[in-house]
Design a protein around this ligand. Structure first.
Ligand code: FMN
Ligand code: SF4
Length: 549
């Protein structure tokens, strides 16, 4: 069924896109009204039920979003920093309760107190200056540290558009095989979480026959605590764009799609400006540098759904379908966007490509440790004295990143949630044993993921944090498979009951629940949640045991 819908939606494709139309239809009121659903269903020749299914899935399209004027960040970092209640209370002096919604997460984890108003993000002290924010529509730019240790691949000074795109002329003179080989030698692995080598995907897509192919940049950075993709899109957008162009050339794609989350309005605006700038200079379009290479970009603004970061859900989302995770095979490289061969990669992965092609794969492979080559961006939250984005050679001791680059902690923390909601819950005394690479993390039973760090202070109860993770998963579950759909809700109920009454959770039942989620879930949302829960049960057993019989 979804294959047919992909085909139907693909008739208008990116030019006249159903998902974008839904976003525009919701703009005036915050939700898509019945009449618009019927109109769009008719226009795209897709069932009304299908369009309704899509419209009611997303935080910013569904009926509950109607009339919302301001959104408070409910991400993990603002939660453990304890700023959400204060922000809500202060906004309550200016807005009706029903006008205040929630967003997850705004990527302002370096200073918290984050909220979104009129499509603009605010954080830090802005909440204390609401008169100016409301009356003068004052935009208060956020500031965070950007630093590095080792090679600067992603955080160096940008040389300017002309100089940056100049090598493209000679790159287009090289064979696709030659460029692919550099990427193979580089050992570049996906930075979005799974660490899958990019060259395999590009090769598979290159070898798939198709007259239309796509490069999709996954800029849905939904992991609360992560803002490194935001940094790249806002401060280094041309690294990502050139990376997509080179990847597009290798596989034979003439279109790059950037799926950017609505929670990052500045990233959308800045990236669009960067695209317009290079289009004006004829680095985009037809016959680029007088070759037969044609390429252009399209930004798709997401509408608030964590699962759209999962690559197959993301593709369904662009197609205007309900973003349910797809069963693989077929893989996107064989049957992706609108059923066409597609490569989906993370922002940071794509941003590494120009360095590799300009400096050789061997040079990139010489940086890092073992199979973790190159550098990694790490996002540090507001518990650090110098919160920010740090680029470090893979293999850099985590303690160096925290203590030297991040300047150490402002106050004691007992654990760090690293790599997003599905990453491991790392007790503070494990930090000395870890370095920024995939291998040490997995050897110790954790996950590097996208390398975001959310601190959990001494006084914050771990059980409440686990409740938050179950709640997050229950809210974000796409509903396709029952271990995640039901398991996340049951887990949330059990934990809430034990927190709010004398109820003790049956440990066997609970173990059964998380094992079923881990083994039986279709994707890493339901399958990954048990990792931090198991870490909590192991390392914070004294705190946790109180709630179990
Ligand atoms: C629940 C879930 C959420 C995800 N969110 C993101 C995300 O926000 N950004 C991202 O790049 N990858 C995310 N991924 C991973 C993607 O499915 C995919 O592996 C990635 O985009 C591939 O790019 P990479 O190889 O460059 O990392 C997510 C996966 C799952 C299961
Ligand atoms: S694990 Fe959850 S999010 Fe993933 S496919 Fe199953 S229901 Fe959907």
């Amino acid at each position: 069924m979804s294959k047919n819908l992909g085909e139907l939606s693909g008739r208008k494709g990116l030019r006249d896109n159903l998902f974008e139309e839904l976003g525009m239809a919701a703009a005036p009121t915050g939700t898509v009204v019945k009449g618009d659903i019927e109109k769009l269903a008719e226009e795209f020749k897709i069932g009304t039920a299908n369009v309704y299914g899509t419209a009611t899935f997303y935080d910013f399209l569904r009926p509950e979003n109607k009339g919302k004027k301001v959104y408070v960040c409910n991400g993990s970092s603002c939660l453990t920093a304890g700023t959400q209640d204060v922000v809500k209370q202060k906004l309550g002096s200016h807005f009706q309760q029903e006008e205040i919604g929630e967003m997850c997460c705004l990527g302002r984890c370096h200073e918290n107190s984050s909220f979104n108003m009129n499509g603009i993000n605010y954080s830090g002290d802005a909440i204390n200056d609401m008169e100016a924010v409301i009356k003068d529509k004052k935009v208060i730019a956020d500031k965070y540290h950007v630093g590095n240790y080792g090679t600067q691949i992603l955080t160096g000074a940008f040389p300017g558009v002309e100089e940056w795109y100049a090598p493209m002329k000679s790159i287009l003179g090289r064979t696709k095989e030659d460029l692919l080989n550099e990427l193979k030698i580089s050992g570049l692995r996906g930075r979005g979480g799974a660490g899958f080598p990019i060259a395999f995907k590009l090769e598979s897509c290159k070898n798939t026959v198709g007259n239309q192919k796509y490069i999709v940049c996954n800029a849905d950075e939904g992991d609360p605590g992560a803002y490194s993709d935001r940094y790249l899109l806002e401060q280094q957008p041309h690294l990502v764009l050139l990376g997509m162009m080179i990847a597009g050339y290798i596989i034979g794609a003439d279109m790059g799609v950037l799926y950017i989350r609505a929670e990052y309005p500045e990233a959308i605006e800045i990236t669009q400006k960067a695209i317009d700038e290079i289009r004006a200079k004829h680095f985009l379009g037809n016959s680029i540098f007088d070759t037969d290479f044609n390429f252009d970009f399209k930004i798709i603004r997401a509408q608030g759904a964590y699962i759209c970061g999962e690559e197959t859900a993301l593709l369904s989302s662009i197609e205007g379908q309900r973003p349910e995770v797809r069963v693989r095979p077929p893989y996107p490289t064989q049957q992706g966007l609108f059923n066409k061969p597609t490569v989906v990669n993370n922002v940071e992965t794509l941003a590494c490509i120009p360095y590799i092609i300009n400096n050789t794969g061997a040079k990139f492979a010489s940086i890092g440790k073992g199979r973790s080559t190159g550098t990694k961006l790490v996002s540090l939250d507001s518990f650090f004295n110098k919160p920010g984005i740090y680029e470090v050679d893979m293999g850099t001791p985590l303690s160096y990143v925290f203590n030297t680059l991040g300047g150490g902690l402002k106050s004691p923390v007992k654990a760090m949630h690293i790599g997003g909601p599905l990453g491991g819950l790392v007790p503070a005394n494990f930090i000395e044993e870890l370095s920024v690479d995939y291998e040490t993390f997995s050897q110790k039973g954790f996950l590097l993921g996208h390398a975001s760090v959310v601190c959990i202070p001494e006084e914050y109860p771990i059980m409440n944090y686990i409740q938050h993770l179950f709640h997050f998963t229950a809210h974000e579950s796409c509903g396709k498979c029952f271990p995640c759909r039901l398991g996340s809700t049951r887990g949330y109920e059990l934990i809430s009951k034990s927190l709010n009454s004398d109820y003790k959770i049956d440990r066997d039942l609970f173990n059964d629940l998380i094992n079923t989620m881990e083994i039986g879930s279709l994707c890493a949302l339901g399958g990954g949640l048990p990792l931090p829960i198991k870490n909590a049960l192991t390392y914070f057993d004294k705190e946790m045991n109180v709630y179990f019989e």
